[in-house]
Ligand binder design. Structure first.
Ligand SMILES: C[S@@+](CC[C@H](N)C(=O)[O-])C[C@H]1O[C@@H](n2cnc3c(N)ncnc32)[C@H](O)[C@@H]1O
Length: 314
């Protein structure tokens, strides 16, 4: 078990952000602060950071003491960003970075209930509030549980798992991660060398409990409006569902607009793309990084540059 988080694709992220003196950056996923501190050390710049996890905020407060004039941490979700920007009079950023998903601090603490590797309460809430994973498996209808596991875990055996969950909870509700993981292992079996059979179900519950996919979309919408021209948006994703959202967002904003214009009468027609895709294939970790930090293995970094001030920004 670790009590730290090794930042993923760190030097690639720093290059992608194009960090300069006097510029302002938003690290929207503070976590252990690895990205924020590396950005602060790279230039005489300002960094604002966000996280929804109160424990990450406590770590951010320590970094505020170290860089009192250059760093500030804010508590909230990506979907709170517009509100935070309005309340705190944020100006547009020279760069925004999202390192999606969970930190090692979260996964490796049994009491947060993210991992089937440790016995802990079946929780999985990043912000420690709202519906827990235990409430989902103990109270949702079988069909809804199956749909969550299929949609957010892409688990083909979702119906069998949901049925087993609903039958088991009649005898005794689920309270721990190990309890759910061992039921899934009993139902699906475990092949030597393959990933744990509960992996996809745990991913699905985590995504659902934290509303992660809608949050990713909210974060990207914010970045679209709150980047200066030439500002960079850097994203690091960890699974295909997240990466698909980023790719769709980038594709829609890097190609010229086709078809009917949605402009109002009198507005100037424009079919200019909003972003330039600097690495259309994305950047994956090196073999060396994967060996040193196996958690980086499924990561992919994407970087786009904001091209011009659109009419929505006037
Ligand atoms: C992978 S970690 C970031 C690690 C960080 N880059 C570092 O170097 O330490 C992701 C962090 O983003 C936070 N997070 C995930 N989704 C969020 C959301 N929708 N709003 C705010 N924070 C979120 C998590 O709580 C977690 O602390």
């Amino acid at each position: 078990m670790s009590n730290s988080h090794i930042p993923v694709l760190l030097s690639e992220m720093l290059n992608a952000l194009n960090i300069r003196d006097q510029a302002t950056y938003l690290d929207a996923t503070f976590g252990g602060g690895g990205y924020s501190e590396a950005i602060l050390k790279s230039a005489d710049c300002q960094v604002f950071a966000l996280d929804r996890d109160p424990e990450a905020i406590a770590r951010g407060k320590l970094l505020e003491q170290k860089y009192p004039h250059r760093f500030r941490i804010f508590e909230g979700c990506f979907s709170d960003l517009f509100q935070l920007a309005a309340t705190n009079f944020w100006e547009k950023f020279d760069g925004i970075v999202f390192d999606f998903g969970v930190s090692s601090f979260q996964i490796d603490q049994p009491e947060r209930g993210f991992s089937f590797r440790f016995e802990g309460p079946l929780d999985m809430r990043m912000s420690s509030s709202g519906l827990s994973a235990a409430e989902v498996v103990n109270t949702f209808e079988e069909e809804d549980i199956a749909n969550i596991i299929y949609r957010y875990g892409e688990e083909r055996k979702s119906r069998r798992i949901a049925n087993a969950i609903v039958r088991r909870r009649l005898e005794k509700p689920f309270t721990t991660t190990a309890d759910l993981a061992s039921l899934i292992e009993k139902i699906l079996g475990r092949k030597f060398g393959a990933q744990h059979p509960a992996t996809l179900t745990f991913q699905a519950l985590r995504i659902f409990v934290n509303n992660e996919l809608i949050e990713v979309e909210s974060g990207l919408s914010f970045a679209e409006l709150y980047l200066k021209p030439k500002g960079r948006l850097v994203t690091v994703t960890f699974h295909s569902l997240e990466d698909r959202i980023v790719k769709t967002f980038v594709r829609a904003r890097t190609s010229r607009v086709k078809g009917q214009s949605r402009l109002l009468p009198g507005e100037m027609a424009t079919n200019q793309p909003l972003f330039k895709d600097l690495f259309p294939k994305g950047i994956a970790p090196s073999d060396g990084e994967i060996e040193a930090n196996p958690r980086s293995r499924s990561s992919r970094l994407r970087v786009v540059e904001r091209l011009y001030v659109s009419e929505v920004e006037s």
